[in-house]
Write a protein that binds this ligand. Structure first.
Ligand code: CA
Length: 520
């Protein structure tokens, strides 16, 4: 090779390298949003629950390589409403999806995927959608109908229903990887990978049927809460391990979706254990204890599969050289009770329900291994993603971009209080509508409908397990007055209607009798 040809080759290599580098610089970051359903922060090892329920190394890794958020609060702690908040960056009284019972998401409204799609992002959603109408703003969608099922689930791909074989969490990840592999590599992507797990009825992958080797899980301190020192709503709920949980929840009934080989494997695990339970017939507290152990076994097996599948996605990003230019978010649509107060489910403004897990890896922005106790919310996701894409943030969104918090530069005027509003009543679970304000130390809640009207005040410093309302205690008069002013200020700022239509509580089951486990 003569000198000229050598020089020309070196020059060409350099030009190519420069153009690759500059296009990488110009390319806005990809966003991989991994969202699960009903995943309690207590069941993520990074959150250090005293019970040490399980290890989630892959989810934890997102926090280790980015930021772990300790107080990500949701505006309305149930599935559909929470998803509508994520899509719109608005409270439910403005996005129209206030409850799971009689709402359909208006897909013509502004959402962050639509804005990102219009700006040149490739957008896709795979997995649980749960908003009634078909997804809009996505180049590709492949969703579970409604709540979906765990085993061999039907899925709707761009309007066409197909039955899949296998376990739902694996399938959603397989489909996510398939889309990522076949995407247009000249464009940045927004991928929303949304799991059904670990939603009720907590059906484990067959490979994790004996994942804990029969471990006895430590019970939460409030498993046998008597609901004293609080108002009527807490006493009148229907979400207990004692009264509400069903034989299906407890795996005393075989799920109908299993094929013959799967059923044999499933029954080989549960069959002898169920026989022993039916023979022993535990009663009272012993029965609650048995149910708690079964619940933890099943729920944690579902989480284990979510964590494993998060690992598959992280590995793909690494293998493809995408990790440095991809924001990875792990969160869930709300928190969940893992036996605290004797409960499963969510809905309340209380801590286990209102706090969603949130871990974000954003290379170059979030310093690895950091954490934040600021009050953030899934209301902030839309604005964070638009900010990441360098797009303008619409004035009618109600959150804040998390970028400065991730950079360790939380603005001085960052929110110090958070507005909560839950509507769905009476079914399921009989939790009365309430709204309120939450600060780092206090919660002031108003239970206001349809047949109650009273306030409660919680003080986390004195009562971390939320076992007592201090409302009306003379020592708390000043703080109560301040919080009442604050909640009213927030209602005005957030455009909460003063009067609401009772249909907002959910029409489907109005007047239906409370569930009784015996009837199910
Ligand atoms: Ca949920």
């Amino acid at each position: 090779m003569n000198l000229y040809r050598q020089f020309r080759m070196i020059l060409m290599l350099w030009v190519t390298a420069c153009s690759v580098a500059s296009s990488a610089e110009k390319m806005p970051p990809n966003i991989l949003f991994i969202f699960s359903d009903d995943h309690a922060y207590q069941a993520i090892s990074a959150y250090n629950d005293p019970r040490k329920l399980l290890e989630t190394p892959n989810i934890d890794r997102i926090g280790k390589e980015g930021m772990l958020f300790h107080r990500c609060l949701v505006p309305n702690s149930i599935c559909g409403p929470s998803r509508a908040v994520v899509m719109t960056g608005k409270y439910n009284h403005l996005n129209g999806f206030v409850n799971n019972s009689n709402c359909t998401f208006d897909g013509t409204q502004q959402t962050f995927p639509k804005l990102m799609q219009a700006a040149g992002y490739q957008t896709a959603i795979i997995g649980k959608w749960h908003l009634g109408s078909n997804p809009t703003g996505f180049d590709y969608w492949h969703i579970l109908p409604g709540q979906g099922v765990y085993y061999n689930p039907p899925m709707i791909e761009m309007g066409v229903t197909k039955k899949q074989q296998g376990y739902v969490t694996d399938i959603i990840t397989d489909e996510t990887l398939k889309w990522l592999k076949n995407r247009d590599k000249t464009k940045p992507f927004l991928m929303m990978c949304q799991h059904k797990a670990p939603h009720r009825e907590w059906e484990p992958p067959l490979r994790y049927l004996n994942h804990d080797g029969g471990r006895k899980y430590e019970e939460p301190a409030t498993l046998f809460d008597d609901y004293e020192n609080r108002g009527f709503a807490v006493k009148d709920q229907d979400m207990t391990l004692e009264k509400t949980i069903t034989p299906k929840d407890m795996k005393l009934v075989t799920p109908p979706q299993l094929n013959d080989a799967q059923r044999a494997e499933w029954e080989a695990y549960y069959g002898p254990r169920n026989e022993a339970f039916l023979k022993e017939k535990p009663q009272g507290k012993d029965l609650v204890r048995w149910r708690y152990q079964r619940y933890m076994h099943d729920y944690l097996a579902c989480v284990k599969a979510v964590d494993e599948n998060v690992g598959r996605l992280l590995k793909y990003l690494e293998d493809e050289g995408l990790a440095d230019n991809t924001i990875v978010v792990y969160s869930s649509d709300q928190g969940f009770y893992l036996g605290e107060h004797g409960w499963f489910d969510k809905r309340w403004a209380f801590e286990e329900s209102i706090r969603a897990p949130l871990l974000i890896r954003w290379p170059g922005i979030a310093k690895p291994g950091t954490s934040s106790k600021e009050i953030v919310s899934n209301l902030d996701f839309a604005e964070t993603f638009l900010d990441a894409a360098g797009l303008p943030i619409p004035a009618d969104m109600q959150g804040h971009s998390l970028k400065p918090v991730l950079q360790g530069q939380t603005p001085a005027d960052w929110r110090k209080s958070f507005y909560y509003h839950y509507y769905e009543f009476p079914e399921p679970h009989h939790v009365r509508p309430h709204y309120g304000v939450i600060t780092d130390r206090y919660k002031l809640l108003h239970f206001y409908a349809p047949d109650v009207d009273y306030w409660e005040l919680y003080d986390h410093e004195k009562d971390p397990n939320e076992l007592r309302s201090f409302y009306g205690d003379p020592d708390y008069t000043k703080v109560t007055d301040e919080l009442k002013t604050e909640v009213q200020r927030l209602r005005v700022e957030l455009k909460v209607p003063e009067k609401e239509d009772p249909s907002m509580y959910g029409g489907r089951a109005q007047g239906k009798k409370k569930q009784t486990p015996a009837a199910e």
